[in-house]
Design a protein around this ligand. Structure first.
Ligand code: MG
Length: 230
């Protein structure tokens, strides 16, 4: 395969933001009386806000959330997230992006998030890496991760075939989305999710941290040139 584009997740991949997301979700759902554990929100990572709310509502009340509930509750979660301590960029993320650029690989953002708090910081934190026309966010898809649509749309943006795409993800649902779309999917464990969950979701390679991923990426890209995938 010849990698021409890297399709890159945001939360938990470019930003060390998943702890804050889990805290914000947990606070919001606890307030409305839905029982949930903080850690389960790491498993929902990649879903759109609406999809996570529907999942919780079906479990608690046996029905989907209404559009009004989704709007109000996701807004509340967004406010809590924005009020938390500032999120740092993921250590190693800048090196990973530089390696891709030096290898002439197009970079596309593929996030299930619609949170402007982080989307608006991308240009400052990762200058030039993700122009506006090289981003897929929750606003651009009908079906969020784990559906392949976000990654398929990202391939279309970059004008590449699945066999020319690598994906970089940290969450099982994101890995499933990317792998189903046909990308060579690299997973990085940056949170409490065990690596076997990422392998089960379809990751071709799992690294235990982003610095490790960044260190191995040049070799991996060379190896991929001699790899045949169906
Ligand atoms: Mg993620």
């Amino acid at each position: 395969m010849q990698p021409l584009a890297a399709l890159i997740d945001m939360d938990g991949t470019l930003y060390d933001s998943m702890g804050n997301h889990a805290d914000a979700w947990h606070r919001m759902v606890s307030e409305i009386g839905i029982e949930a554990t903080r850690d389960e929100f790491f498993l929902y990572e990649g879903r759109t806000g609406a999809s996570t709310l529907n999942l919780l509502f079906r479990r608690a009340y046996g029905r989907d959330a209404t559009l009004a509930e989704i709007e109000e509750l996701y807004h509340r979660k967004t406010l809590y997230f924005a009020s938390m301590p500032p999120v740092e960029t993921m250590p190693g993320a800048k090196d990973m992006l530089s390696t891709l650029q030096e290898s002439g690989i197009r970079r596309v953002l593929v996030t299930g998030s619609g949170q402007s708090t982080l989307l608006n910081r991308l240009n400052t934190d990762f200058p030039g890496a993700f122009p506006q026309d090289m981003r897929i966010s929750s606003r651009d898809v009908t079906n969020g991760k784990p559906h392949p649509e976000p990654y398929i749309k990202a391939m279309q943006l970059a004008s590449v075939r699945p066999s020319q795409s690598i994906a970089i993800e940290n969450a099982p649902l994101g890995v499933k989305s990317a792998a189903t779309a046909g990308a060579f999917t690299i997973a990085v464990t940056t949170g409490p999710i065990p690596r076997k969950e990422l392998e089960k979701a379809g990751a071709a390679v799992v690294f235990s941290s982003m610095p490790e991923c960044a260190r191995h990426l040049p070799t991996l890209l060379l190896e991929l040139l001699t790899t045949t995938i169906d």
